[in-house]
Design a protein around this ligand. Structure first.
Ligand SMILES: Cc1cc2nc3c(=O)[nH]c(=O)nc-3n(C[C@H](O)[C@H](O)[C@H](O)COP(=O)(O)OP(=O)(O)OC[C@H]3O[C@@H](n4cnc5c(N)ncnc54)[C@H](O)[C@@H]3O)c2cc1C
Length: 146
């Protein structure tokens, strides 16, 4: 089971109380529609135990007994709390025909003067793409008003 770990307090100590650590773990999961019958509560407990075991094994200095605050978000939470389609935190997957020019356009065909920015629109998801997308949308609007 691959997962991504970020420890932002390692480079910015103000992100945690003195002597503590802020840690973020991202575990890839299927979309809600791909596995509609998952018991997310049970699955979360199972996955969390494996993550903690691996972190312990790699000696990253995380003692599960010492966790002070913890927040877990499952695909259900992404859907219910943030309205994200199919529980996908990242929007449409970065497959060939869903990135760059193939992704949803940054303007509306139906409503004149309505523009879009963000991960759901062209060129794609992730901070670099989203910032680039904002620039492209701004340029589109500018070229219209010029
Ligand atoms: C768990 C996770 C980890 C990630 N890690 C990385 C990473 O390491 N590197 C990377 O490049 N990208 C990463 N990403 C992707 C990146 O965060 C997103 O692609 C990017 O933030 C999307 O930008 P956005 O502007 O489309 O949406 P957001 O950043 O989500 O911004 C949308 C904003 O709109 C606000 N909003 C929503 N509805 C309303 C409303 N009705 N009225 C007013 N405001 C509203 C929200 O509160 C939010 O502030 C990660 C994403 C997730 C979920």
């Amino acid at each position: 089971m691959p997962f991504y770990v970020s420890v932002p307090s390692a480079t910015d100590p103000e992100l945690a109380p003195q002597g503590d650590t802020a840690m973020f773990v991202l575990v890839p999961t299927p979309l809600l529609s791909e596995m509609p019958n998952v018991d997310w509560e049970a699955e979360t407990a199972r996955v969390k135990a494996r993550v903690l075991e691996r972190l312990w094994h790699h000696n990253v200095g995380l003692d599960p007994e010492k966790i002070v605050v913890e927040e877990v978000l499952t695909p259900l939470d992404w859907k219910r709390g943030f309205g994200l389609y199919d529980g996908s935190a990242f929007g449409a997957a970065h497959t060939l025909f869903q990135v760059g020019p193939f992704r949803a356009r940054n303007y509306s065909d139906d409503v004149d003067g309505l523009y879009y920015v963000g991960a759901g629109t062209t060129p794609g998801t992730g901070m670099p793409m989203v910032v680039l997308g904002g620039k492209l949308t701004a340029e589109r609007i500018e070229s219209r008003v010029r």
